[in-house]
Design a protein around this ligand. Structure first.
Ligand code: NAD
Ligand code: ZN
Length: 370
């Protein structure tokens, strides 16, 4: 079974195929894009060890030759040294303007390889084959590519849409439970920001998806991708609505900075905690009912996810220091932090009018509960 979501950006449109067994079909699906039957694949060591052979034989089935580069796994790969290495390797492999590069891995590989493709010979096409849940529902779609700087995450990059996305949902079977649940943080975000019915579906079905039910996984990925595609079509370069995708992220980025972008807190875990905080602030501002944050937190607890600041191990800075870290966010406009608040589950909106004393109180109480 294969589901398809189309991203209708005029001149840069592409399909996202979702379903199990797409690695085996990669050759037939990619072949129409190619001017010559040769591609370059960039992956990380975990994904390559588990799935590169399957991808290569899928390509071979359509007589597509491939060369591959395997980078170290982890967020620290997303910086200048591995980026330079990747671009120079692609040049050594004589990848030309008309060739296609394949990003095969999680969000780290997708972001780095997408950016390398954006600048190689002033831009070559690339295909995303996302292998983590986070990459399938979020980072592989929408064309944000880039690397981290010593000054902060994702500060160097380009908008460069992929030419095709293949989300093989069978590949999710080899993720650790922790990585799967971190990706789920972004899935639940879609329900929270714009689709109450999807949130209700997740309350009933997400634990089946987490324990491996393929139909539930396909639906969760498909609905997430449909929502992201719709938002990106309306606002590709984040002048307005695309900021809704940052629900929970202003809090998340402060927590990631406070924990040193380490294994203490994965991005998607920070998103889940950040969404719970955003709903708590929304409730205290009288925007939504107090039942909404409680309902969200109960669902995250059911999923055995991190929900509160007390679920983060080790020291955290105080509320003022966390607020200062929020101020470093890319989303600050004219010195004011842009928040995503909610009028209820499925009804998020962008605002700069947030009562910072409430934010401080919510953070302080969450820290005191540790
Ligand atoms: N471009 C965007 O719009 C966007 C959106 C959200 C996040 N991101 C970026 O995505 C990155 C996080 O992505 P991520 O969570 O996928 O991290 P990741 O790429 O580091 O993958 C997480 C871990 O899972 C492993 N892995 C991936 N697929 C696997 C599989 N099928 N089986 C076993 N192990 C597998 C990886 O090797 C890695 O160890 C961050 O850098 C973030 O900034 C980008
Ligand atoms: Zn995110």
């Amino acid at each position: 079974m294969m589901e398809t979501v189309h991203v209708g950006l005029a001149g840069r449109e592409y399909d996202i195929h979702i379903g199990p067994g797409l690695l085996a079909r990669s050759g037939e699906l990619i072949r129409p894009l190619l001017k010559r039957p040769r591609v370059a694949i960039v992956s990380d060591e975990n994904v390559a060890a588990l799935h590169l052979d399957a991808l290569k034989s899928g390509l071979q089935a359509a007589e597509i030759e491939s060369v591959s580069l395997t980078l170290p796994a982890g967020e620290s790969t997303k910086g200048w040294p591995q980026f330079t290495r990747t671009v120079e390797w692609l040049l050594e492999q004589k990848i030309e303007r008309n060739d296609v590069v394949i990003a095969f891995g999680g969000g780290v590989i997708g972001d780095l390889v997408g950016f390398a493709s954006a600048v190689l010979r002033r831009g070559v096409r690339f295909v995303q084959i996302p292998t983590s849940l986070l990459a399938q529902v979020d980072s592989s779609v929408g064309g944000k590519t880039g690397i981290n700087a010593p000054q902060g995450k994702n500060l160097i990059g380009a908008f460069h849409q992929p030419s095709l996305v293949l989300a093989d949902t069978a590949v999710l079977g080899t993720l650790t439970e922790r990585d799967f649940l971190a990706g789920y943080g972004e899935v639940v975000k879609y329900g929270l920001l714009g689709d109450f019915e999807f949130f209700q579906w997740l309350e009933a079905n997400a634990s089946c998806a987490a324990s491996g039910d393929m139909d539930a996984r396909i639906y969760a990925v498909k609905r997430s991708v449909q929502m992201k595609a719709g938002i990106v079509e309306r606002d590709e370069t984040e002048q307005g609505d695309r900021a809704l995708l940052n629900l929970g992220h202003t809090f998340c980025h402060a927590l990631e900075a406070a924990t040193g972008y380490s294994d203490r807190l994965l991005h998607g875990e920070g998103v889940a905690i950040g969404c719970a905080l955003a709903f708590e602030v929304s409730a205290r501002m009288g925007l939504c009912s107090q039942e909404d944050p409680s309902r969200l937190r109960a669902h995250l607890r059911d999923m055995k996810m991190k929900v509160d600041l007390s679920d983060i191990e080790g020291e955290l800075p105080d509320a003022d220091a966390l607020i200062a870290l929020m101020g470093q966010d890319k989303k600050v406009v004219d010195g004011k932090i842009r928040f995503i608040m909610a009028r209820g589950i499925g009804q998020a909106f962008v605002t700069q009018d947030v009562d910072m004393t409430i934010v401080r109180t919510v953070l302080q109480q969450a820290l005191d509960a540790r």
